[in-house]
Design a protein around this ligand. Structure first.
Ligand SMILES: [Zn+2]
Ligand SMILES: [Zn+2]
Ligand SMILES: [Zn+2]
Length: 151
C-alpha cells in the first residue's frame, strides 16, 4: 500500500506540538508511549520529528484508516445514506468504524457542527474538509446536516 505512512501521519498521528520529546524522537510509541525496542514501525516525518509506533498501535491505526475509507467511500456513492440513512451497508460500515475507533482509544467521535459527542443511537456521516493546509476527517450528525429533515 503506497502512502500508508503518509496517510497515518496526516490523519492519525497527533500534530508535533501535542507530543513529548520522546514521542517526537521516536523513542516511544507515538500513540501509547510505550518504549520501542525491536519491530517499531517508522512513520516517516521530518528532521526533529521522527514518529514511530509499536506494531499493535500501528495495526490498530491502519484499521481505523481503512474503516474510515470504506465508510466514507460508501456514503459518497450511496443514494440513501447522505439523505438521512443509513442504508444497511452504511449502518454496518459505521458500526465497524465505531468499533475500530474505540479500539484505538481515540477521543470520542464529535459532531463538527453542533459539536456534541455522537452516540451510537444517533445517525452520523463521515465528512472530510479542508484544514489549514491539509484535509481533515471527522463526523457529523445526519440531523445536523439538514435540521429540517428531523421529524
Ligand atoms: Zn503503541
Ligand atoms: Zn448507504
Ligand atoms: Zn451534531
Amino acid at each position: 500500500m503506497t502512502g500508508l505512512a503518509d496517510r497515518l501521519m496526516l490523519f492519525e498521528v497527533p500534530t508535533a506540538r501535542m507530543l513529548g520529546v520522546e514521542q517526537l524522537a521516536g523513542a516511544v510509541c507515538v500513540w501509547c508511549r510505550s518504549p520501542l525496542t525491536g519491530g517499531a514501525m517508522d512513520l516517516g516525518g521530518l528532521t526533529g520529528f521522527r514518529p514511530r509506533a509499536c506494531p499493535p498501535c500501528f495495526q490498530t491505526r491502519v484499521a481505523v484508516l481503512g474503516a474510515y475509507d470504506e465508510w466514507y467511500g460508501h456514503t459518497m456513492s450511496c443514494a440513501v445514506c447522505p439523505g438521512g440513512g443509513p442504508c444497511p451497508s452504511g449502518g454496518a460500515l459505521r458500526l465497524h468504524y465505531a468499533q475500530v475507533h474505540q479500539a484505538a482509544d481515540k477521543e470520542p467521535m464529535r459532531c463538527i457542527y453542533c459539536p456534541q459527542q455522537i452516540t451510537s443511537a444517533e445517525d452520523c456521516l463521515p465528512v472530510v474538509w479542508d484544514g489549514v493546509s491539509v484535509p481533515r476527517r471527522g463526523w457529523v450528525h445526519t440531523a445536523c446536516l439538514d435540521p429540517g429533515k428531523q421529524s
